[in-house]
Ligand binder design. Structure first.
Ligand code: HEC
Length: 196
């Protein structure tokens, strides 16, 4: 049955039936159910959460978040192999003579090292890399090892985990190419003089 109230609202009787009996300070409320689309969306999120837990979560047929993470890390490690630390002095010394490699190394140095060692290697927070005094050994393989493992307690980061193997070799070649370049205002020598 379709009736109208005095203001012309349709289904006056039907809406009247929806009034909740309880009255608060003389005010009555409609029983106003959420629209169907809203309820369906809400139910959908609950169903999705159950499926999600069983597939991605630690329980159920999914591999679990931890395995998922390990998987991603394995893929990343495969795509970015860490330097193995076995590189021959001959290879590094040949790279020092290769303009292209030294140039690439210089780009890495600008990005990662210059903030502490200065672009010309004259030293700032980190020591002067252009003189023949070395704290951790001045043979090119020593330099490679220092850069790879860092000196964490002194504030020199371990670059072996951050750079690709070839980047590490290039940046070491760049450092070696700075030997004896005598930049202006260098940091005083630190460590023991080494003849390469
Ligand atoms: C956050 C600052 C910082 C950054 C960035 C940094 N270093 Fe260092 N580096 C140091 C400090 C400090 C030392 C001195 C360690 C010590 O006293 O034992 C050092 C030492 C070194 C040494 C050994 C010097 C010696 O006398 O034996 C080399 C080689 C070196 N750094 C190369 C690099 C290269 C290459 C990069 C970039 C890939 C780099 N550093 C980035 C702070 C830094």
């Amino acid at each position: 049955m379709s009736t109208q109230d005095d203001k012309g609202n349709k289904d006056f009787a039907a809406t009247n039936e929806r009034l909740i009996e309880h009255s608060y300070d003389g005010i009555q409320e409609y029983d106003n159910p959420m629209p169907r689309w809203w309820l369906l969306t809400f139910a959908g999120t609950i169903i999705f959460s159950v499926i999600y837990v069983f597939n991605v979560g630690p329980i159920g047929n999914g591999k679990g978040r931890v395995a998922d993470y390990d998987d991603d890390m394995r893929k990343f490690a495969a795509a970015h192999p860490a330097p193995t630390g076995t590189v021959s002095a001959d290879k590094l010394l040949a790279m020092v003579k290769d303009k292209e490699e030294v140039h690439e190394g210089g780009e890495e140095f600008k990005k990662y090292c210059a903030s502490c060692h200065r672009m010309d290697g004259g030293g700032l927070i980190g020591p002067n890399l252009t003189d023949n005094a070395w704290i951790h050994g001045g043979q090119i393989t020593d330099i490679y090892t220092t850069v790879m493992n860092g000196v964490l307690e002194k504030g020199m980061p371990a670059w072996g985990t951050m750079l690709k193997p070839e980047q590490l070799e290039q940046v070491v070649a760049y450092v070696a190419s700075l030997q004896g370049s005598n930049p202006a205002n260098p940091k005083p020598p630190q460590g023991t003089p080494v003849t390469p």
